[in-house]
Design a protein around this ligand. Structure first.
Ligand code: FES
Length: 137
């Protein structure tokens, strides 16, 4: 799994989202209360730009007339037909087994680790023997 550095933490404060394209895939990254989540910006219903919808909460009811809202700001509502998905997991609440928005692991790394990168050059052992330089491959 390749790493992609998308922004400094300061450019994506809590409650914001950033749209980008990675390897040809439209993706949105959300900061929810300091946690970061990546979601494919394509609704699994009919392909709308899912992540352009409003962030809402999860409405649940245990009794008629009683509505409780949880997960405030953690549910995205598709702008086309209103299907709702959990940003943390991509789960749909209308049909969780058939429809799931693609979620991508997203996290914060310290700048030193990002600068260092995963790039490692192949090294070879070099030693000096009686005034001759020898490279071992
Ligand atoms: S395209 Fe998203 S709910 Fe229909």
């Amino acid at each position: 799994m390749a790493r992609h550095v998308i922004a400094p933490v300061g450019e994506l404060p809590p409650g914001t989202r950033k749209f980008l394209e990675i390897d040809g895939r439209p993706i949105a990254v959300f900061n929810i209360k300091g946690e970061y989540f990546g979601l494919m910006n394509r609704c699994p219903h009919q392909g709308a730009a899912l992540c352009e919808g409003p962030l809402i909460g999860l409405a649940q009811s245990s009794d008629p007339g009683e509505i409780e809202y949880t997960k405030l700001g953690e549910i995205i509502r598709c702008p086309w037909h209103g299907w709702e998905f959990d940003i943390r997991t991509g789960q749909s609440y209308c049909d969780p087994r058939r429809f799931r928005a693609k979620a991508y692991p997203t996290h914060v790394e310290p700048g030193a680790a990002v600068v260092k990168g995963p790039y490692v050059a192949e090294t070879v052992t070099v030693k000096v023997e009686s005034d001759y330089v020898v490279v071992e491959l």
